[in-house]
Design a protein around this ligand. Structure first.
Ligand SMILES: [Zn+2]
Ligand SMILES: [Zn+2]
Length: 230
């Protein structure tokens, strides 16, 4: 079955994310997605959380994390260990793959979004990791160069919105040819490279709305901190 899944979404558990997981899922449903992977910055979602929210919302939630490695960002789906802060790229890939997690290289050729770059991608070629070639939050030219790299190296292609606000969820997504509508089946399909990347850039209006919400989130946090009696 062909499932439409956004494999790269941030909730307010990321310090730069502004929407709750429930707002994210409501938006994902309204856009006709079959599932989302939650990939907050260095905050792994546990299997238990994903199962609980999946049941509550009757929606496919894939637990994940976006790790800030020393070389750049790395998405790990269904993480099986606690990763140290700012870990080595190669070691992180090896550990996650040996755990049976799915590892995706997000926005690989966008230096401003902490893409790991071509050399790092080549250094892990033997793992045949999917490249995120359609990221709704990066520039078109970075997606174009990511597609070229994936084709040159014959790597599977995936897409994700990299949304930090609910309204951007699903702007980019992956069609996954999975045996069933389950986390296990989706991860299996990803490991076999049965994917294609789709979508477009998030609109400027949505991006500005996200930035506005981010400013107000930071102002609220600062106010809360200032009000704590010392
Ligand atoms: Zn990133
Ligand atoms: Zn991200």
């Amino acid at each position: 079955m062909q499932l439409k899944i956004d494999l790269h979404v941030h909730t307010d558990a990321s310090n730069d994310g502004v929407s709750t997981i429930y707002e994210i899922i409501r938006s994902a449903k309204s856009k006709g997605l079959d599932g989302v992977a939650i990939t907050d910055h260095d905050v792994p979602m546990t299997d238990e959380e994903a199962i609980k929210i999946s049941k509550e919302t009757d929606f496919l939630v894939i637990p994940g994390v976006e790790i800030s490695t020393a070389s750049g960002h790395l998405v790990v789906l269904r993480p099986r260990r606690a990763f140290p802060t700012n870990p080595q790229f190669l070691e992180t890939v090896k550990n996650a793959v040996s755990d049976g997690s799915v590892v995706i290289i997000p926005h690989p050729t966008d230096p401003l979004s902490h893409g790991v770059g071509e050399e790092a991608v080549r250094s892990v070629l033997s793992f045949s990791l999917p490249l995120e070639v359609m990221n709704a939050s990066t520039l078109r030219r970075h997606n174009r160069s990511a597609i070229e790299l994936a084709e040159l190296l014959a790597l599977p292609k995936v897409g994700g919105s990299d949304a930090h606000v609910d309204t951007a969820v699903g702007d980019a997504y992956t069609i996954v040819d999975a045996g069933a509508r389950s986390v296990e089946a989706v991860l299996e399909a990803l490991k076999s490279g049965r994917t294609s990347a789709h979508g477009t850039q998030t609109s400027i209006t949505t991006m500005l709305g996200m930035r506005w919400k981010r400013l107000s989130k930071r102002a609220k946090l600062k106010k809360a901190r200032d009000e704590v009696p010392s």
